[in-house]
Design a protein. Structure first.
Length: 92
């Protein structure tokens, strides 16, 4: 995800403020927003959800809706979705 460089720290802070909302969703496994490169406005986002329904519930909360409403006009969201199969121990 990319936001204007002058706003990147504010965006990351506001995005991280949604962590409690995600944690309250029983389908949330992981959510993380991390400043990747301040000079380009790059923010790395990693989310893991138990189901599409859980993700949809999260995206429809007032807090997340407000975040996207505020930032959508200036952010470039490059979402990639992956399905993980054959999960196993790192030692396997």
């Amino acid at each position: 995800m990319f936001v204007p460089t002058v706003d990147v720290h504010t965006f990351v802070a506001e995005a991280k403020a949604t962590y409690p909302v995600a944690a309250a969703n029983p389908g949330n496994i992981l959510i993380s927003f991390c400043l990747d490169d301040a000079t380009t406005g790059a923010v790395a986002v990693l989310e893991q959800w138990a189901s599409q329904d859980a993700l949809d519930r999260h995206l429809s909360t007032p807090e997340v809706t407000a975040l996207f409403t505020k930032w959508a006009p200036v952010m470039r969201n490059e979402v990639r979705k992956y399905d993980a199969v054959n999960e196993r121990s790192p030692r396997a």
